[in-house]
Design a protein around this ligand. Structure first.
Ligand SMILES: NC(=O)c1ccc[n+]([C@@H]2O[C@H](COP(=O)([O-])OP(=O)(O)OC[C@H]3O[C@@H](n4cnc5c(N)ncnc54)[C@H](O)[C@@H]3O)[C@@H](O)[C@H]2O)c1
Ligand SMILES: [Fe+2]
Length: 410
């Protein structure tokens, strides 16, 4: 029975791969460099937009990052409507509140300022604006939007999710705690404003977690067995190298602008790679932790990544060995030795950045839901190197669980 299911998943992926190559893929137009937020009024003007809806979160308001962009709009006399209450792992209710405000205030575009949470909440609202009859839950899944969203300017403040160039928006149903993705080419933002100066005040533990999210995107996309293109492979490789060389520098010294810029580029490239080639079982499991326990997305990925890579075993040795060479982690030894060195280095990076080896809050009674949700997310769409059965999900989740009080969380 399981062999049949697995066969169906692989057939689905092979067929989808052919179809995906015919889709009109595009990248967000990049506006980059220090001070590039100053160009936002010009971008709005270029698109003929008069009143953007600005979406951000309370932390970014408090630390001055979002106000610095609001000032740019005010100085250029651009009227805007502000929604600044996005929470980490944004909910359906938040998406609906943003959509309602957008309509009530007569907005015509979006400026999303923040990490993945603000960008995704705004993307969800943009999808609802063009599909008002569909609830957020009905937009979950693949290619359910299919209508051009209003002009969308993404201003990432973490490096990060890559949401500024991806087809995805991750939303949590506050009633069921199910976190799921809306995935549609229409959700690729029109512009990505990559201004690394916005990230200099990002606290070290968020720098670490969000940077490991970007690494997870690059690695999971790279391990994809079928959807990759030459460009997505190149971007995944380049992002991995940039992250290995710059994440810890940015973690140690947030003001290292060269490292921050490199991480912004890495996040964008990793985002592009995975939006084309997919993520995998690491993300599928991480999303269940975000929905059930509000675990920060990057932190969940950072913990799960080495556990899943180890579990994949020889299926991923050739590609991980290659990444080990490119990143300079291991240039000698057998393929297996280099692959294992790569996984060991991810663990070492985690340790050096205060990321724990597991979580002590996963409840036994939640595991069946985690298995069901992760399986539903990954299969059949993610082109994972190893298809997980429910039993294998359980075994991996058991490795992520550690006894209460065993390790401090970042
Ligand atoms: N759409 C996609 O393609 C995609 C990809 C990966 C992850 N995600 C989703 O994105 C969300 C996570 O996003 P995130 O990891 O960027 O975190 P986040 O957006 O949840 O932000 C985390 C915290 O960092 C703070 N913060 C952000 N930027 C800051 C800055 N420059 N200075 C100071 N504080 C700052 C915020 O105020 C917030 O408290 C999750 O829901 C995840 O599932 C989406
Ligand atoms: Fe992610």
């Amino acid at each position: 029975m399981w062999a049949l299911k697995k066969g169906y998943y692989r057939t689905f992926q092979a067929v989808f791969n052919v179809g995906a190559r015919c889709l009109p893929w595009r990248k967000a137009e990049v506006v980059d460099g220090a001070g590039s937020i100053a160009k936002i009024p010009e971008l709005l003007n270029r698109e003929g937009k008069k009143k953007p809806m600005v979406v951000t979160d309370p932390g970014l308001m408090a630390c001055g990052v979002a106000p610095s962009i609001l000032k740019v709009l005010e100085d250029a006399k651009v009227p805007y409507s502000l929604y600044d209450k996005v929470e980490p792992n944004p909910t359906v209710n938040t998406v609906n509140a943003i959509q309602a405000q957008y309509l009530k205030e007569g907005c015509d575009s979006f400026v999303a300022i923040g990490g993945g949470s603000s960008m995704d909440a705004a993307k969800g609202a943009a999808a609802r604006v063009v599909k008002p009859r569909k609830g957020v839950n009905q937009l979950g899944g693949l290619l359910k939007v299919r209508r051009r969203i209003p002009t969308f300017i993404a201003v990432p403040t973490t490096a990060g999710t890559g949401s500024e160039t991806t087809i995805a928006a991750l939303i949590t149903d506050q009633d069921t705690h199910h976190k799921y993705a809306i995935m549609d080419l229409m959700l690729i933002p029109r512009y990505a404003v990559l201004d690394a100066e916005l990230t200099v005040g990002l606290p070290p533990h968020i720098t670490a977690a969000t940077g490991m999210d970007a690494l997870t995107h690059a690695v999971e996309a790279y391990l994809c067995w079928t959807y990759n293109t030459k460009e997505s492979i190149r971007f995944a490789e380049e992002a991995s190298v940039l992250i290995f060389h710059n994440l810890e520098k940015a973690y140690q010294n947030g003001k290292d602008i060269a490292a921050r810029e490199a991480m912004m580029v890495a996040s964008f490239k990793a985002g592009f790679a995975f939006t084309r080639a997919g993520v995998g079982n690491v993300h599928a499991i991480a999303h269940t932790l975000g929905g059930l326990y509000n675990t920060a997305h990057g932190l969940a990925n950072a913990v799960i990544l080495p556990i899943v890579l180890e579990d994949y075993g020889s299926a991923v040795y050739p590609k991980l060995a290659h990444l080990a060479e490119l990143t300079g982690v291991a240039r000698a030894g057998s393929q297996e030795e280099r692959a294992k060195a790569f996984i060991a280095e991810i663990r070492a990076m985690n340790r050096r950045m205060g990321i724990p080896e597991g979580f002590d809050f996963i409840k036994e009674e939640d595991i069946p839901r985690m298995i069901a949700w992760a399986g539903k997310e990954a299969n059949p769409i993610y082109p994972v190197p190893v298809v997980y059965s429910p039993e294998r999900y359980r075994a991996v989740i058991e490795k992520i669980r550690i006894p209460v009080g065993c390790k401090e969380e970042v």
